[in-house]
Write a new protein. Structure first.
Length: 607
């Protein structure tokens, strides 16, 4: 098993079981449609609504659909979650000649889509229709006939069927796997849905203009090397809150992206402890002060899960969300990591302004020196990859940004402020290695690290790459194009090299990174178990004395510096060592002793 995880195996895509492609709807059926008006006296009011039986809208969706600060923007798209449904609302702030309304009409048209259709219910496929209706109603709020027509055409006719497990399996998008198909699960008996991280397309089709995956390159440019400690926190299934300003569409897209990038490929997940948390991080999208009671209950559930791990449900298993209500950022008992986005005006500054990342009590989170080098390698690889993939495939709503806003070395230099400083031990070691080996060993280490990083993007840019995608629920196309090709094209075909290949490469890169981290830990845990099983000799007095003097070394899995390097982590970073300890506890129910790297002279460790 250990040998099969070394290197970068051929890319595979696990296809969901779909009875008939022709039975898939062009748009996900909606369970509710509503119009929300903002009145200067009455506040938010639902002026029109239609929903399936049992769905409560009043007192909830109007606040979820219109987060704080929207009055400062002309339009926005807001994603949220409500009682097992994915919500999407299109907001419009239109000028009108009405002093009573402060010369502005603010309204939102929203839908609820069953979450059985994926992580966001494919709600983004309704974005264009919602924006058209919102603009029309802003011009004439009395013309609700367009809402009635939309509801009649797209309402879910059979609410019982839409929540069925069979339909859920058929409509969620494929799970990306970077190993050979796994053996039967070891002890995992809970049901797991396929990942919708690879929400891409077969040839001849277009990715939905409003699909959140289009923002993946913007995500990298926004966070830079910080994306790596954020992804590691997501892998530990922490509660991550992004605090920012209106508009919220980009932040909602980032919530989706980080959730996708922190997926654990199912072939790797099947190797973990049965008590491991879910293979994906729960996205809550836009939240506000009205969600505080839910977050409090979720925090209580998290404490119960820690006492007795049971991840059958999602409550207490970590989440990622965004908010424009700054009060939530003050309540550090509700989150484990806070990401504060720069103000909208920061884009006009000469230097790149980075988000700030912190843990409770103001503990700052920075990327490691290794993260900085990895980020440089990733950006260089994606730049080459984008050049070979072509520049014609971009979303009309979220343009691809392969180059950073502040291009060249200046952008990378600006990243130094978010990087952990080089430790004295690392400085001493590097200086010693240059002195002792005339720089040969240091250059060898650098070359090995560069090859390691390059392997994470290896073969993804090859036109002959074995990568096929089904016509699944997250595959978006125009109605005309989809109808024309359904009966003529095969259900699975190679991915078009001109369509969203950079986005797929980013997803593949992070999933491979996850696989190498957890795969290395699997090897170490198994080796430690084999060693314990083979050592049947009783503990002597000297052994007992050693263990009593160093509890960490006693029964913990030993993580040496070579293993840290194999995981792509920083051998000098205390934060990466802490991550490994938490990962080993979270996914393997084991304790770890991380042995840092140092300098030895004649067998004597000097630092």
């Amino acid at each position: 098993m250990a040998a099969s995880r070394r290197g970068q195996p051929e890319l595979h895509v696990r296809l969901p079981s779909i009875p008939s492609i022709a039975t898939l709807p062009d748009l996900p059926p909606i369970s509710a449609l509503f119009l929300i008006d903002f009145d200067v006296k009455a506040g938010y009011t639902i002026s029109w609504k239609a929903s399936n039986p049992g769905i409560e809208l009043e007192g909830t969706v109007e606040y979820k659909s219109l987060p704080s600060g929207l009055h400062t923007v002309s339009e926005d798209l807001i994603y949220f979650v409500h009682d097992g449904y994915a919500g999407l609302s299109a907001f419009v702030n239109a000028p009108v000649e009405d002093t009573a309304a402060r010369n502005a009409r603010m309204l939102a048209v929203g839908v609820l889509v069953p979450l059985s259709y994926g992580r966001l219910g494919r709600a983004w496929r309704h974005a264009e229709g919602l924006k058209v209706m919102a603009s029309a109603l802003a011009a004439n709020s009395k013309d609700t006939g367009i809402l009635e027509q939309y509801w009649e055409k797209n309402q879910a006719r059979d609410p019982v069927k839409e929540d069925s497990g069979a339909l859920k399996e058929a409509l969620e998008s494929p799970s990306m796997s970077f190993q050979t198909p796994p053996k039967p699960p070891r002890g995992h008996t809970r049901n797991r849905s396929a990942s919708d991280g690879a929400a891409l397309i077969p040839p001849g089709h277009k990715l939905s203009p409003f699909h959140p995956a289009w923002s993946l390159t913007k995500l990298l440019d926004t966070f830079g090397p910080l994306i790596f400690p954020i992804q590691r926190a997501a892998l530990l299934r922490k509660r991550i809150l992004i605090s920012g300003h209106a508009p919220v569409q980009e932040a909602c897209n980032f919530v989706y992206d980080i959730s996708i990038l922190s997926n654990i490929p199912l072939s790797t997940f099947d190797l973990l402890s049965p008590n491991s948390p879910p293979h994906r991080l729960r996205p809550l999208f836009s939240i506000g002060v009205h969600d505080i009671p839910f977050l409090v209950d979720d925090a209580k559930s998290a404490r119960n899960v820690e006492d007795s791990p049971d991840y059958e449900g999602e409550m207490g298993t970590g989440w990622i969300a965004c908010t424009t209500d700054s009060i939530l950022s003050k309540k550090d008992t509700l989150w484990d990591m806070l990401i504060t986005m720069p103000s909208p005006h920061s884009s006009n500054t000469k230097k790149h302004v980075w988000p700030t990342v912190e843990c409770p009590h103001g503990v700052s989170v920075k990327a490691t020196q290794r993260d900085l080098r990895r980020f440089r390698s990733l950006k260089a690889g994606l730049a080459r990859f984008g050049a070979t993939a072509g520049s014609g495939a971009t979303s009309p709503t979220t343009p691809r940004a392969l180059k950073p806003q502040h291009s060249g070395d200046r952008y990378i230099d600006d990243a130094e402020q978010i990087i952990e400083p080089l430790s004295w031990t690392a400085l001493a070691y590097n200086g010693f290695m240059w002195w002792a080996s005339a720089g040969e060993q240091a250059r060898s280490n650098e070359a090995e690290e560069a090859a390691h990083d390059s392997s994470l993007l290896a073969e993804l840019s090859s036109p002959s790459m074995n990568m096929s995608m089904p016509r699944s629920a997250d595959i978006s196309a125009s109605v005309t194009s989809l109808t024309v090709r359904r009966n003529s094209a095969p259900a699975s075909a190679p991915l078009d090299s001109e369509e969203a290949r950079v986005e797929l490469a980013i997803i593949a890169y992070f999933h491979r990174l996850t696989t190498q981290i957890l795969g290395t830990l699997v090897d170490l845990v198994e080796s430690a178990s084999d060693s314990d099983a083979g050592d049947e000799s009783p503990m002597g007095e000297d052994d007992a004395l050693i263990e009593s003097n160093d509890d960490d070394r006693g029964r913990g899995v030993r993580i040496e510096s070579d293993a840290m390097a194999n995981m792509g982590l920083d051998v000098w970073s205390a934060s990466d060592a802490y991550f490994v300890k938490e990962a080993l506890t979270t996914y393997f129910d084991q304790k770890a002793f991380v042995e840092g790297k140092g300098v030895e002279v004649c067998g004597v460790r000097v630092c």
